[in-house]
Design a protein around this ligand. Structure first.
Ligand code: A2P
Length: 287
């Protein structure tokens, strides 16, 4: 299959011409940084030639911590980050929160193209196609930065080959926090290669954004909108059933717990790499 044109999709310029001197263990070079709000940003880094991963997986990334006041020695400060780019992409993309006093993200938010960061090339995770049994409709339920693994999966051709319909729901506090997902979906729908995968009318991928703390066309937590049937009414869907529907969930602990209960109520069971079933869950990682 031909691959989508990443340069066109991301409208970016690459800064990787000169091979930088690697000073960190497992160092990769930052190629692009984009800030969305004072809480959210996206960055891209070079990809180790040997790194293979399945869309939806995460890796440990980070920076060197502050020197120990006594010994002067620095230790790597690493956190799990979902890879937001698809497996065919020549670079790696990450989407991150900025926690003002977070040990890692208080530093990470200042990275710029040309800087190095540490990336342990050992991808793992449960939000992968292999952990789900075959189905007709695939739901991605995300809150906040939990959209990152789905940013990878909605750019993966396999997603469209395996399912008739993909529904991406994203709940954020305010409209500005939806920007990363909205721009990504828009870029896919205007990309010639992706259009082939998205089918007639480009409606194989359905985007369902909601906000909880700022007025927007669709307000409320996705959990509430599932429980009161609003989502199904809005999308013209009868409901979620174990025969047709599969789901991946990534968000806060609260979201994960609540959605699990709702999906189990619809008769879906939790799967894993070793035992595929009807839905899978992963915590959105916070730095
Ligand atoms: P709310 O504003 O009602 O807390 P955060 O930025 O704190 O990670 O939250 C991201 C989004 O996830 C917010 O819109 C938040 O809604 C929503 N959220 C938090 N907990 C849950 C939950 N248990 N179920 C569904 N949505 C949740």
């Amino acid at each position: 299959m031909r691959q989508p044109d990443m340069n066109k999709m991301n409208e970016r310029t690459t800064v990787t011409d000169a091979a930088p001197i690697k000073t960190l263990p497992d160092a990769q070079t930052v190629t692009e940084v984009q800030h969305y709000t004072d809480r959210l940003f996206r960055f891209r880094v070079t990809r180790p030639a040997s790194l293979r991963f399945r869309s939806g997986e995460f890796v440990m990334i980070g920076l060197m911590g502050d020197p120990d006041p006594k010994t002067g020695r620095q230790k790597p400060l690493l956190r799990a980050y979902s890879i937001a780019s698809p497996s065919w992409d020549e670079e790696l993309e990450f989407y991150s929160i900025k926690v003002p006093d977070g040990p890692l993200t208080s530093k990470l938010q200042h990275i710029k193209p040309g800087d190095e960061l540490i990336l342990r090339p050992k991808p793992v995770g449960t939000l992968v196609h292999d952990a789900l049994l075959p189905g007709k409709r695939l739901w991605f339920f995300a809150t906040g930065t939990g959209i990152a693994p789905f940013a990878s999966l909605i750019r993966d051709p396999q997603t469209y080959e395996d399912y008739d319909q993909i529904i991406l729901t994203h709940t954020c506090r305010d409209v500005a926090e939806l920007t990363y997902g909205r721009e990504l979906v828009d870029s896919l729908k205007s990309d010639e290669m992706m259009q082939e995968l998205l089918g007639d009318g480009l409606n194989k991928l359905v985007y369902y954004p909601t906000t909880t703390r700022e007025e927007s066309p669709k307000m409320g937590r996705i959990t509430t909108l599932l429980e009161d049937g609003t989502v199904f009414k809005d999308l013209g869907i009868g409901g979620i059933t174990p025969e047709t529907d599969r789901a991946m969930v990534c968000g806060s602990m609260g979201l994960n717990t609540d959605i699990k209960r709702i999906l189990e109520g619809f008769g879906l069971h939790e799967g894993a790499n070793s035992e595929p079933a009807e839905y899978v869950v992963e915590k959105a990682f916070v730095g």
